[in-house]
Design a protein around this ligand. Structure first.
Ligand SMILES: [Zn+2]
Length: 308
């Protein structure tokens, strides 16, 4: 499951990893990817669209995503915040999830995203139309949303990674705050995975306790990305290095991420489990995952530099 982080966007690869790959199928996939640049035919990982029952995670934070693609609903007395979507096809699942929890999708005032890849933002255009909410995105990833994915430094030329473009209403810089109804979310710019990948930190009060939540965009490396430098992202090596440094300085209690698999949600929660505000306390799990990703980055960088 940990490899999902690194393989996140090779849909076919992720599909194989999710469904239990044999060495042979992985070899075939590797060859197909090497020959065709991107494995064909395109297969969306089943867990990206597989429905998952919405649930209360902590206080006013709810999961309304699919089995693997995180969508977080944060409710406030002044309207709600929705963070990330799945694919365009999973918007009805998000809407149904919000309603099943007893909320109204039309109360959504702010849309946010951890980065501008299609598996996290392809539903934004539709959700913005349905809610009239304000799309707030990091400055560097705003062009991804406004180009419908075309501006991406790695996947911009892949038709399957495109989505309906939408206008960004407000952009975020590192340290900017997003506030609504007593909630304050701090944006942390963590580029590398995309140019404007963003984590959010915020506090949730529950039963007299304050939980510091880290919704972290994990710095995974997609297949086909050269971390020593990409034509459309020459500074990628420094971006990743900085992000690892910054993420190591973070302190929080509750760990959330862009994919359920990244923070091992399904090991921590099964549908029907009783509400437990302490369920997602896993700072050590975050640090361990971050260290694994940093090692992958350093190994890949060393290999690329040695090959030059
Ligand atoms: Zn991504």
């Amino acid at each position: 499951m940990q490899h999902i982080v690194a393989w996140e966007h090779s849909a076919a690869s992720a599909y194989l990893l999710y469904s239990g790959p044999t060495m042979l199928s992985r070899l075939l996939l590797f060859l197909a990817t090497a020959v065709f640049g991107f494995a064909q035919p395109y297969a969306i990982p089943a867990d990206w669209t597989r429905p998952f029952p919405p649930f209360k995670m902590l206080g006013n934070v709810y999961w309304v995503g699919t089995y693997d693609l995180s969508t977080y609903l944060i409710t406030t007395p002044r309207g709600n915040i929705l963070i990330n979507t799945g694919l365009e096809s999973t918007v009805p699942q998000i809407k149904a999830g919000v309603e099943k929890l007893g909320f109204k999708l039309s109360d959504t005032k702010i849309l946010l995203a951890t980065h501008g890849h299609w598996d996290h933002v392809a539903g934004m255009a539709e959700l913005k139309k349905m809610t009239g909410a304000k799309m707030i995105m990091s400055e560097a990833d705003a062009e991804l949303l406004e180009s419908g994915g075309k501006a991406d430094f790695r996947f911009g030329d892949n038709p399957e990674s495109r989505f309906t473009p939408l206008k960004v209403d407000q952009t975020l810089k590192d340290g900017d705050k997003v506030t609504l109804g007593g909630m304050e979310l701090t944006a942390h710019l963590h580029p590398g995975h995309t140019k404007g990948a963003t984590s959010f930190s915020f506090d949730v009060r529950e039963a007299g306790k304050t939980y510091h939540v880290g919704l972290i965009n994990m710095p995974g490396i997609n297949p086909g990305v050269k971390v020593s430098g990409m034509p459309k992202f020459p500074g990628i090596a420094e971006a990743y290095a900085n992000t690892f440094r910054l993420q190591k300085e973070l302190k929080f209690d509750v760990w959330l991420s862009s994919h359920a698999g990244q923070f091992r949600m399904h090991e921590k929660y099964k549908p029907g489990d009783a509400y437990n505000p302490d369920r997602f306390l896993d700072f050590n799990g975050f640090r361990a995952a971050l260290n694994r990703l940093e090692k992958l980055y350093l190994d890949q960088l060393a290999q690329e530099r040695a090959a030059k």
